[in-house]
Design a protein around this ligand. Structure first.
Ligand code: TXA
Ligand code: MG
Length: 533
């Protein structure tokens, strides 16, 4: 088959060419096109016969459903049974963009698209060429990534061309993709919603809009034998380069030590940009250590590059699993078939200090240097999410006035009542603390063996007894006047209010005097790294 190439640099000026390319879709044919994540291979989503051609061109298993691409939120309505409020809020915030939502499907979605499931995945891309092309096609377009099944998703025209030339009638060349890993996939067909594939819209961002969101275990683990995949795509080996990639955990120093003590086990290293000169073997890089967006942009390219260099056995650095890093790790670990070579010794450091003392700044600095952070304040918010057992208990004790009409907690109302008497404060603690402590412990345990430094950022580290699970404790201090002005600025409140907040947690302050290390964060601070491990 002759493959026609459309090179589009200006979708407005090249509207005629895009119309011509869109004509293939209208005639029931398939076209590869760029998006902000990866290139897609599209067909009219309402035409089952056209959609079948995608599966043939990619060699894709028939039971793996496709994502339907649209250009406006309104186009979602006819494709699904119902659009819940939560999806309206989510799509208003993140569409157009790298986010796919799954909902129960309407009857117009043919079984070829949903692979026989009763749900459909929908996404509204932001790439200007994708948008102009989809508008010209005038129909929803089903599109998986435009690679042969089992290879890395294509992040540039040349990879699409390598995989698809002569197999499909047209390819639109729109340059390199921004994000470089596929969209975030979240299903809202379950309660609570579930993250099936992490991407550039992060788990933290989803939780901000949706409240509780489960992470499907297959995101960071191999699928256990006999377990049915929530997303059929998870059960297939993916993104596999020809080389055998294995992940070596730890910071740069620990990584190099591991490589040196296993001198014949690898021929190539997959590391972060800027580390090449320190590494004992030839390197391919995957973005900067502290910039997950550069990692996502580079990862698939790097995997293909490994093949070009003829690498056979690769040791890879392990990126952080936070934010966009979760998406990077998901793709990297799968391409490594979840081969982890080492469990590292973790040191757990509890970090405490009054509000405004600068705990988060200190934790953030260590996090940028590769530490993992468990934030007790975030967990405290999560345990009182809409519909949670803890919130129910709070309402029974303090009255339903603390609950907003949409079922969420009115934090200022709760604070008002709970801090009005010592008895109320004690009851608030008794209701919330057991669950917060349980989850803090679970999160720390889940990180053990993966990170050499785990920080537990807990304002009530000693009061809660969480200091017992820490190897060391750090207290961050600043003079009261500095704390008060920080709180006023941070929370936008008056000096009186700020003083009240700063005065809370006096018990903790007293106990924190026993901390192993004190860091003064009045204006700048130095982290005593040698004392931390
Ligand atoms: O960024 C992207 O999403 C790219 C571009 C082209 O838009 N597309 C993409 O499609 O990555 P694909 O087919 O390679 O990945 C779709 C994933 C698969 O893992 C599939 O199993 C899952 O989404 N999926 C699709 N529909 C689903 C459904 N109804 N239920 C569960 N999983 C679904
Ligand atoms: Mg794919």
């Amino acid at each position: 088959m002759n493959t026609k190439i459309y090179t589009i640099t200006n979708p407005q000026k090249q509207a005629d060419e895009l119309r011509e390319a869109a004509q293939f879709i209208k005639c029931g044919e398939i076209v590869a096109f760029p998006t902000e994540t990866v290139y897609g291979l599209g067909a009219n989503a309402l035409d089952g016969h056209a959609v079948k051609k995608i599966f043939e061109a990619k060699g894709r298993p028939q039971d793996n459903p496709l994502i339907v691409h649209i250009t406006e939120i309104e186009e979602l309505y006819p494709l699904v049974k119902e659009v819940p409020e939560s999806v309206k809020r989510l799509t208003e915030k993140y569409w157009p963009g790298p986010l796919t939502v799954i909902l129960p499907k309407s009857d117009i979605i043919p079984p070829e698209v949903s692979a026989g499931l009763d749900t459909v995945a929908v996404r509204c891309p932001s790439h200007p060429v994708a948008r102009a092309f989809l508008k010209a096609a005038g129909v929803p377009v089903a599109a998986p990534s435009a690679n042969i099944s089992g290879f890395p998703s294509p992040t540039a025209f040349k990879y699409v061309y390598d995989d698809m030339n002569t197999r499909i009638p047209a390819i639109i060349d729109g340059g390199d993709c921004d994000f470089g890993i596929e969209s975030t996939v979240v299903t809202l067909a379950t309660d609570p919603p579930r993250l099936l594939r992490p991407g550039a819209v992060t788990l933290e961002q989803l939780r901000e809009v949706l409240g509780e969101v489960y992470v499907d275990p297959a995101v960071l683990n191999p699928l256990a034998d006999g377990v049915k995949a929530a997303s059929p795509g998870m059960k297939y080996k993916h993104y596999a380069p020809k080389a055998e990639v294995s992940v070596v955990r730890g910071n740069k120093k620990e990584f190099i030590e591991y490589v040196n003590s296993h001198p014949t086990d690898a021929d190539t290293i997959l590391c972060f940009e800027g580390e090449e000169n320190d590494m004992p073997l030839p390197c391919v890089t995957m973005g900067r250590a502290d910039e997950p967006l550069t990692q996502s942009h580079r990862l698939f390219d790097a995997l293909r590059e490994l093949d070009e260099t003829g690498a056979k056995h690769v040791f890879s650095r392990a990126p952080s699993e936070k934010g966009v890093g979760l998406g990077v790790c998901n793709r990297l670990y799968r391409s490594a078939a979840f081969r982890f070579l080492n469990d590292i010794k973790s040191t757990v450091i509890g970090v405490t200090g009054g509000t405004g003392a600068g705990k988060s700044t200190v934790c953030g600095e260590l996090e940028r240097n590769g530490a993992a952070v468990v934030d007790a304040d975030r967990i405290a918010r999560e345990v009182t999410e809409k519909g949670s057992p803890v919130l129910k208990k709070l309402a029974e004790r303090f009255g339903s006035d603390i609950i907003a009409p949409d079922g969420s907690l009115l934090r200022h109302k709760l604070a008002e009542i709970a801090f009005s008497s010592a008895e109320n404060t004690r009851d608030l603690t008794n209701i919330t603390h057991p669950e917060i402590i349980k989850r803090c412990r679970a999160e720390v345990d889940a990180l053990r063996g993966k990170y050499s430094l785990i920080l537990l950022d807990a304002p009530l580290l000693f009061t809660s007894g969480l200091d017992k699970i820490c190897d060391k404790t750090v207290r961050v201090t600043s003079p009261e006047s500095v704390r008060i002005s920080r709180i006023m600025k941070r929370d936008g409140i008056s000096e009186d209010e700020a003083k009240k907040r700063a005065a809370a947690q006096t018990e903790e302050e007293r106990l924190a005097e026993n901390a192993d290390i004190t860091i003064d964060n009045t204006d700048h601070f130095v982290i005593p790294k040698s004392e931390l491990t």
